[in-house]
Structure formats: structure tokens, C-alpha cells
Design a protein around this ligand. Structure first.
Ligand code: FE2
Ligand code: ZN
Length: 443
């Protein structure tokens, strides 16, 4: 149960709701802030805010060093941080992110429907406090919106910030390195060790855990990968497994996959595990075959699992393209499992384009120089991100021996959340580090 324990450990020590530090200093109004400047001696109104539009000349400055002003039409709050690019926040965005008690529950959830307030939000008054900004609105007299400065800093959406976030969240490639390794002891004995393990999985999509007792059910709810006489799944045979992701017939396929090696006798030949970062392959495919890349992002494949003659009969079909792009044309997910694909069911004019692109992509996967191969030893567990890394295995011959892996899955969003919470609890900035994990979102 080592993985389950590790995750439980994170939750016990690090509650999900980290609170921002509170200052005890009373809030300063704009009046107080601007006293030194003789041109201002009344609370700031929109008319006066107009003159704040040029941040270099007139602005409010918070203890944190941030200075703010409002655009001439009252539609935009301009923020200049002590360091980093300037930020602009639209009135409608600020109104939607109001932190006042009427708008937001203590745990951070929104209490209002967007239809509860006006369509436009024009700033009519502005007060800067030590750690938050208070805004009044022309359209909504009497409502004072509060937004913490730290929240603005964290959720700034300027082009530079979004581009930097995209860069920072890029998964690391491992072309020059082997699969990262860690011992179970290190994962269990300290929060730092646990974080390092999560970091390897986040950065590289995979990690080999060593020195696990070779007893069953060391990991959470399991499935057994052992050859059977009449397998319900090709995985439970001795055959070669082509590179694939598991269970793409689900709307939300499994995230992390853990395979714990219970036995792998030395007389067994073959049976090495294959791993390949398909995000990397897809990016290369975009460069080498732009048209076919587009086709794979456009034409839906059929993923299916239909099997009645088993203990729990299954009938699932799911149609979607192999590559999912987001609104910025970035790869947000890849879906690849030749073994569980059903018949293509698309417009006639797309059939040949699909197969041309499909074959080319399959070839890039098959012949990628990024393929990693690891032969597990008893006591090893390979952990990899099923949403980013394809897995497969060599055919094997038992020669009288035994090969037995025990596997389990962990939801990818839970993984990402645990990783962020632990990282935050150990002193890293909020929201970092969080690489894209292939959960159909690149944020
Ligand atoms: Fe699999
Ligand atoms: Zn509010």
C-alpha cells in the first residue's frame, strides 16, 4: 500500500486550502495614500482615477510595492509590480473574481451566478489596502469588490506571463538521460523524498521505484499482469504489446500507472517494458508532417472495448481525434492505442486522409529514438503517466519461470493537485511547479 500511504500522507500534513498571510495593519484609503501629493485630498473617484491612467506619474502604491491605476474609461485596472511585466485586469474579470463575503465562500467557491451582476463593470472608485484592492462600480452601486493583490499577482494574464507559464510547464525531455530512479525508502521517509518522486513523474512522465517488498498488494487496488491460459486482455498473455495508453475508451482514461514487479525469474527471456513520451513525438510530427498532424487533430478515431464474455461485460465506444489542441494550438492531449481501436466512422472524404496520417504517426512512434526500455527486477515499480507516456513490452518466453507484475492507477488530476500542494507546503510558490500532464488541459 506504499503509494496509497504516500498520498494519504500528503493529505494529512497539507490541507488543500492554504491561507494567505493576513496583515494586521489597518487598511489605508486612497486619501491616506495620496496625502503626500497635494493634488489629491479627497477619496479617489473615477474622475481622479482618470489621471492615474499613466502609472509612471500618478499611482497608488501598496506595501508590497505594487502600484495601481485605472484606464480612462474605467474598464481596466493597471498594475505595476515591483518586478515583472505590468498587468492589466478587465473590469468584468475583476467583478467575476470578487472575494467579498457575498460573492465567495470561505473555501474559495463562488456563491453567485454571473447573471446576478451587470454585464459591464466600470470602476468608479478604488482603494488600495496593504494586501488587497477595493473597487466600486458604476453599474452596481453599493457593491465593493475586494481582490487580494497576491491573487492578482498569481492570476495575471498578460501575454508575457501566459507565455512564461507555457514555457515553465513544458515537460522535460529525457533523451540524454535514463529513467529517473528513487528508492521506496526515500519516498516514505521524508516529505522531500516524496516531493522528489512526484517531481520526477511530473518532469519526465515516469520514474522507477526500487526496493519494494515483493509481496502482493503493496500498492493500492490492483490488477494482475500475469500470463493466463485464456486472457480477457492481451496484456495477460506472453505476446508483445505495441506501444499504447490504457483505457482510452473512457472519457477520462487513467492517469498514473504503477507496475510493481513481484517476480521476474532470470530464466524468463524477453518481457522488457517499453516507454515513450508521445508528447515529444507529436511535437516532432507537427514539424515534419504539418498537414497530417492537422488531420490527426481533426478526424476522430474510434476507441472501444466491447467484450461480453467476461465476468464484467463491457461495451464502451468513444470517438475523438488522436491529438487534442487547445485554443492556442498547443497539444493538450494525445490518445494512442492501436489495440483498442474500433472501426473508423467518419465522412467518406476523410477516410484516406486519416489512414495516411495514422500510418505516418504510427511510424514515428515505432521508430522514435526516444524509446526507453527497462527490464524490471523483483522489487521494482515503474510509475509513468498514462496520459503522456506510451507503454508496451517485448514478447517473452517463460522457460519454466514466472513473470508477475501488479498494477494500479491514480487519477491524473489528483496527482497534479497532490504534487502542487506538497510543493507549496514545502515552501515553493503557489501553483508551481506544474507541468502539463496530458489531462486535456495545458494550464
Ligand atoms: Fe497497458
Ligand atoms: Zn462581491
Amino acid at each position: 500500500m506504499f503509494f496509497r500511504r504516500a498520498l494519504a500522507q500528503i493529505q494529512r500534513h497539507h490541507p488543500l486550502s492554504a491561507r494567505l498571510p493576513c496583515t494586521t495593519r489597518p487598511p489605508r484609503s486612497t486619501v491616506e495614500l495620496l496625502k503626500a501629493d497635494t493634488s489629491y485630498n479627497t477619496p479617489l473617484t473615477l474622475t481622479q482615477a482618470v489621471s492615474l491612467s499613466s502609472l509612471t506619474q500618478n499611482s497608488l502604491e501598496a506595501e508590497t510595492g505594487a502600484s495601481i491605476g485605472v484606464s480612462k474609461d474605467g474598464g481596466i485596472l493597471n498594475v505595476k509590480w515591483q518586478e515583472g511585466p505590468d498587468a492589466r485586469f478587465h473590469g468584468v474579470w475583476l467583478r467575476h473574481n470578487c472575494h467579498c463575503d457575498q460573492c465567495r465562500a470561505p473555501a474559495g467557491q463562488r456563491k453567485k451566478n454571473v447573471l446576478d451582476y451587470p454585464e459591464t463593470a466600470t470602476i468608479s472608485d478604488l482603494h488600495l489596502h496593504d494586501d488587497y484592492v477595493a473597487l466600486s462600480w458604476y453599474e452596481e452601486k453599493g457593491h465593493v469588490t475586494r481582490v487580494p493583490l497576491q491573487f492578482l499577482r498569481q492570476h495575471c494574464y498578460s501575454k508575457e506571463v501566459l507565455e512564461k507559464r507555457d514555457m515553465d510547464s513544458r515537460p522535460k525531455t529525457y533523451s540524454q538521460e535514463g529513467i529517473p530512479q528513487i528508492s521506496l525508502k526515500d519516498v516514505q521517509n521524508s516529505q522531500e523524498g516524496l516531493l522528489r518522486w512526484l517531481e520526477y513523474i511530473s518532469d519526465y512522465g515516469m520514474c522507477l521505484v526500487k526496493d519494494i517488498p515483493t509481496k502482493p498488494e503493496q500498492i493500492a487496488k490492483t490488477f494482475q499482469v500475469v500470463n493466463e491460459p485464456d486472457p480477457i486482455n492481451i496484456a495477460y498473455s506472453v505476446s508483445r504489446l505495441n506501444l499504447h495508453m490504457d483505457l482510452l475508451n473512457y472519457e477520462s482514461p487513467p492517469g498514473l500507472q504503477l507496475l510493481h514487479c513481484l517476480s521476474f525469474d532470470s530464466c524468463v527471456t524477453g518481457g522488457g517494458s517499453h516507454l515513450l513520451d508521445v508528447f515529444h513525438v507529436a511535437e516532432r510530427f507537427r514539424e515534419s508532417h504539418p498537414q497530417e498532424f492537422r488531420d490527426l487533430a481533426r478526424i476522430p478515431a474510434t476507441f472501444q472495448r466491447i467484450h461480453f464474455e467476461r465476468e464484467n461485460p463491457v461495451y464502451m465506444t468513444f470517438q475523438r481525434p488522436h491529438i487534442l489542441l487547445n485554443h492556442r494550438d498547443e497539444i493538450a492531449a494525445v490518445f494512442w492505442t492501436q489495440q483498442n481501436e474500433g472501426p473508423l466512422a467518419v465522412a467518406e472524404e476523410d477516410v484516406e486522409a486519416y489512414y495516411r496520417a495514422y500510418r505516418l504517426f504510427a511510424a514515428q512512434i515505432r521508430f522514435s529514438d526516444m524509446l526507453k526500455c527497462v527490464k524490471l527486477e523483483p522489487g521494482d515499480a515503474i510509475v509513468f503517466n498514462n496520459r503522456r507516456v506510451l507503454h508496451g513490452r517485448e514478447e517473452f518466453t517463460l522457460n519454466g519461470g514466472r513473470r508477475h507484475l501488479e498494477g494500479c492507477y491514480v487519477n491524473i488530476d489528483e496527482f497534479k493537485s497532490h504534487y502542487r500542494c506538497l510543493s507549496h507546503a514545502l515552501g515553493r510558490p503557489v501553483g508551481e511547479p506544474a507541468r502539463r500532464v496530458g489531462n486535456q488541459c495545458w494550464f
